[in-house]
Write a protein that binds this ligand. Structure first.
Ligand code: ZN
Length: 445
């Protein structure tokens, strides 16, 4: 247990350079507060909030200070005191990117990548499927982002996305919890078998209109709307995209972003599969339609689509919303393979055992025959599995099963806590590569 009185004395004396590192204090988190101070500190196994004002945070009194745990109550206090720690609508900015953090530990690395780019982050972004599979709530996800933003002292503003929501109940819950955007998944209302575009998308348009009127028209929530029609088998043709945009806008539905289903395959956690020439022809038209109608194109399943990012960058001209999620989980597992081979082997075995069931949740064409049996691999060869598309997808879609195993979960979180610097470095590089390519300019620094 640390003693912060020396640090507080130094702070109160107005010392020009605070010795944060020696005292475990995160330098970016030091914030003045009515004659006192509040900051976050690293106590080894966990981080804590320290505050000189009694009674603000619910925690332990230690030498005249409150030392509070990072729980929902503490997050609420931070959001009330510091507006930058609260989700805000960001989609109206030119370049935005959602980075799902299924584990609640990825934001430190994500924030470093965003700080080095001109792209604005949606740090909290989870679908109901992800929440269910990771046993988390919207509040957990937003709280994790709030703490990371406060810890880093990131003041650029960040969004929170209730991703791929399909029902009024889920949308209400997400908005009430503080999500600053909703991604409305219209896929259940698309009739693929219908003869024309009106027949295919009529139901989806009516559904979007109903949700818009119920939650957005009155402006009661500080939240933006994304329309998603990407979770279907057939690509959205440019003609269909234009039809949907016009129908929605003519009905008064205002939305910030729209996610078509592009041609080719945008499978989870691996590069684009398909012809680049057709992709380029179509993305140029899709981007033009979005520009013409005043919203941004949203690119879903954007993890690791390195071969098409430069093409997208060329046509969206700096205005886009990109979504990634699974790749940050994969990078967390890469850290496991690099630092605890025995634990990685146990997770891999769990993934193989649950693959059949996990496939019901995700569209992938994984061939397990391309994943080498682990008994044939040395410990040093394990990290290279994360360069193998089939191994990536195996680990990508089985996260719910790996994390659902209590023993594995406890060992994993203990390791990620120990290796938090390595995970942050890995994500900075990996998400940074995404941001640089899609924004069409290198990271700063
Ligand atoms: Zn999607």
């Amino acid at each position: 247990m640390r003693d912060y009185t020396g640090f507080i004395r130094e702070y109160a004396s107005g010392a020009p350079r605070l010795d944060c590192a020696r005292r475990g204090v995160y330098p970016g988190s030091v914030n003045a507060l009515e004659g006192g101070v509040v900051f976050m500190a690293d106590e080894g196994e966990e981080d804590v909030l320290v505050c000189t004002h009694p009674g603000l945070f619910a925690g332990q009194e230690r030498g005249g200070l409150t030392v509070a745990p990072l729980n929902h109550g503490s997050a609420d206090v931070l959001r009330r005191l510091f507006p930058f720690a609260k989700p805000a609508p960001v989609l109206s900015r030119d370049a935005t990117c959602g980075v799902g953090d299924r584990l609640g530990i990825a934001s430190p690395g994500h924030i470093r990548a965003f700080e080095a780019s001109d792209v604005s982050p949606v740090l909290a972004q989870q679908s109901m499927r992800e929440l269910k599979l990771t046993n988390r709530s919207f509040a957990d996800v937003i709280d994790a982002a709030t703490f990371s933003v406060f810890r880093a002292g990131y003041r650029g503003g960040f969004g929170a996305d209730g991703d791929h929501l399909k029902t009024p109940e889920d949308i209400f819950l997400a908005l009430e919890t503080g999500c600053s955007m909703i991604t409305l998944d219209c896929s259940d209302h698309i009739r693929r078998e219908a003869p024309d575009a009106r027949g295919i998308y009529g139901g989806a348009i009516a559904f979007a209109k109903r949700i818009y009127d119920e939650f957005f028209a009155a402006g009661g929530y500080a939240a933006e709307l994304e329309i998603s029609i990407d979770e279907t088998d057939a690509p959205t043709s440019p003609e269909q995209h234009r039809f949907i945009a016009r129908e929605l806008l003519s009905r008064g539905v205002k939305f910030a972003t729209l996610a078509p289903r592009f041609c080719g395959e945008f499978q989870k956690g691996i590069d684009y599969i398909g012809g680049l020439a057709q992709f380029e022809r179509e993305i140029e038209i899709h981007a033009g339609i979005a520009r013409e109608h005043g919203y941004k194109l949203s690119i879903h399943s954007g993890s690791d689509k390195f071969s098409v990012f430069p093409i997208i960058a060329k046509h969206v001209q700096g205005r886009f919303h990109l979504k990634t999620a699974g790749t940050s989980w994969l990078e967390a597992m890469r850290v496991v393979a690099e630092t605890d081979p025995a634990l990685y082997r146990a997770c891999h075995a769990k993934a193989l055992a649950s693959f059949g069931e996990a496939k019901q949740y995700y569209h992938v064409t994984t061939n397990l025959g391309n994943v080498p049996p682990l008994e044939t691999l040395s410990d040093g060869a394990l990290p290279a599995l994360f360069e193998n598309p089939d191994a990536r997808q195996l680990i990508h879609i089985t996260y719910g099963f790996i994390l659902g195993d209590g023993t594995l979960r406890a060992r994993l979180y203990a390791l990620w806590r120990r290796e938090r610097r390595a995970y942050s470095d890995t994500l900075f590089a990996h998400i940074g590569r995404h941001l640089a390519l899609i924004a069409g300019k290198p990271l700063r620094g």
